[in-house]
Design a protein around this ligand. Sequence first.
Ligand code: DX5
Ligand code: ZN
Length: 255
Amino acid sequence: MTDQSIIKLLRDSAPCVSVGVLTANLLALGSELVLIERAGVQLAHIDVMDGCFCPMMTVGAPFIKALKTPLLKDVHLMIDEPLEKVAEYVAAGADIITIHPEACSHPHRVLQHLRSLTNANDPARGIVRGAALNPGTPLEVLEPLLDELEFILLLAVNPGWGGQKFIPATFKRIARTKQMIAGSGREILLGVDGGITKANIAEVARTGVDLIVTGSAVFDGKTPEENARFMLEAVSKGVRSQESGVRMGGQGSSE
Ligand code: DX5
Ligand code: ZN
């Protein structure tokens, strides 16, 4: 594997679905993850909330370390001042680690620090460094960080809970962020997180994002494996319909 192998994997299979475990049965998460893995999902999105930056508290590094899974660990840190803490999450097996600039005094330094850390699963894999933005944060915050990240995650809900409603203004933010990425000359992946349901996942896939996080629509307490298959299929159908729209000269996008 080269240093860029996770990025390449994500790019090659974009748009990827990363399943949020917040509303899964956390006491049986190992077996819950087997279900989504069987459906063909490649990533588990783990929301870390500290009760400060985010109203709720969830899990920390020891929990993530205890998760034995072949799924890539996509760790979304919604915690204040992560500079001193990111190393614990990397040691716990994070493959993607996403911080919030809103929660950092020195977001650039946190990203630089992440570059110096080694993937605990496989040193050759590299770590994907992400910055997540809340719906109310101006996108310009990202500009000075573009040279020090591989991933941007736009939140389509305010952080705190699963099962919230997708904020429609996110579509415009996706389009503007794509322009910003194109202008940067860097290969930066774009993801969207929050409020993605069976009803809107195809539309979100058609915006051209690389990664889509979906949680409660999969872990609805009933049929996670079936739901995950539905989401993967809806994503590829959404992309295929866009491609045929483009071939036929249509817009094929909701931007
Ligand atoms: C919001 C979290 C999201 C959320 C996704 O604070 O970052 O990852 O749990 O869950 P759903 O898909 O239920 O909105
Ligand atoms: Zn998240």
